[in-house]
Write a protein that binds this ligand. Structure first.
Ligand code: NAI
Length: 342
């Protein structure tokens, strides 16, 4: 099998080279992201392997189909960058549903602690032999309420971590399940949480879930964590909330317009995105560059599961990690009858 691997970073290669050698899969690594301009690079490949900011829109799908590329293998869990409806009948789409919920939840907690204990400020000070503590006062997490939006795999790991700190955990989920977490309505969560952490997927429903109206329903001084997807938050509204002192701090591992800037070294360049530049300039905002997934364990799992997804497809024409627009919803998907979606 030949795989065109887009948006390659140095940390991607070792795992994929290792599993590629084991399973006889040949990865051709490209630094470019997949989009209408770069899709031709996939000519001659059986599949493309893509990440969160590659664009698998209708035009790209049509071109892949025309070139005989049959599979889009996402090396991530989220798939909001893929037009699944358009892909049906043309290219199969597979993803890595779980690789390390711990990686993401632990990063969310790392951001929270860094922010509220001002570690990012203290680190810079002591490197400059400035040992003053003025302005570094934080607050205890113990006894505080965290509201988790999206109590799935990552949200639940985050809940457990927070319980370890003696926090009160509440959650809102569109599809609440299980009794191990206290579910509340969204408005109740917004009103009662000292900290709000986003762990739901980006869908039509959740686009700008955190907007001006909802920010104004939050507790004054709320800390907002987003390690899920940038467009869950209306960044302009967040900036306004920070300026108005309604939002006490924000920790963002994702940003709506991240695809143009994240993952790349832009130092020495002028940042065109004024909203991002203004957010980064705030003393109470921490931005990391979609880094939450980046642990050795997660990278290993991503490479292993993606390679297995491709192998499964090669062997049987189907895969348990296929994302199908029609699955379980209507007659168009043949998975029930033929053990494959189309
Ligand atoms: P999951 O599918 O286990 O959990 C998502 C939860 O959100 C589910 O319980 C679901 O019912 C809930 N949900 C769906 N629609 C909702 C809505 N409208 N309102 C409230 N809740 C809703 O997914 P998992 O593995 O926990 O991942 C969550 C998200 O984390 C992913 O969608 C992805 O966007 C993001 N992620 C970010 C990474 C990073 O490096 N920053 C890495 C991996 C995932």
């Amino acid at each position: 099998m030949k795989i065109a691997f887009f948006d390659t970073k140095p940390y991607d290669k070792p795992g994929f080279e290792k599993y590629g050698a084991v399973y006889g899969i040949k990865f051709k690594f490209f630094e470019s992201m997949l989009n209408e301009d770069t899709v031709e690079l996939a000519k001659g490949a059986d599949a493309v392997c893509v990440f969160v900011n590659d664009s698998v829109n209708a035009a790209v799908i049509d071109k892949l189909h025309e070139m005989g590329v049959g599979i889009v293998a996402l090396r991530c869990a989220g798939y909001n960058n893929v037009d699944l409806k358009h892909a049906f009948g043309k290219v199969h789409v597979v993803h890595v549903p779980v690789y390390s919920a711990y990686a993401v939840a632990e990063h969310a907690m790392a951001l929270l602690l860094t922010s509220i204990r001002r570690i990012h400020k203290a680190y810079i000070r002591t490197r400059d032999f400035n040992f003053s503590l003025n302005g570094l006062t934080g607050f205890d997490l113990h006894g505080k309420t965290i509201g988790i939006i999206g109590a799935g795999k990552i949200g639940r790991v985050m809940a457990n971590i927070c319980r370890g700190f003696g926090m009160h955990v509440i959650a809102y989920d569109k599809y609440p399940s299980g009794e191990d977490i206290e579910f509340v309505e969204l408005d109740q969560l917004l009103k009662n949480s000292d900290i709000i952490s986003l762990h739901c997927p980006l869908t039509k429903d959740t686009y700008h879930l955190i907007d001006e109206k909802r920010i104004n329903k939050m507790k004054k001084g709320v800390v907002i964590l987003n390690t899920s997807r940038g467009a869950l938050i209306d960044a302009e509204a967040l900036l306004a909330g920070i300026k108005a002192r309604q939002v006490g701090a924000a920790c963002l591992d994702v940003y709506e317009e991240e695809s143009d800037v994240f993952f790349n070294d832009n130092s020495g360049h002028i940042l065109d995105d004024d909203t991002l530049a203004r957010l980064i300039s705030m003393p109470n905002v921490i931005v990391t560059s979609h880094q939450a997934f980046l642990t050795n364990e997660a990278l290993e799992n991503i490479a292993e599961i993606t390679t297995e997804n491709l192998l499964e497809f090669q062997k049987s024409g189907m895969c348990k990690n296929e994302l199908c627009y029609h699955c379980g919803k209507d007659e168009k998907c043949k998975a029930e009858r033929m053990k494959k979606c189309f």
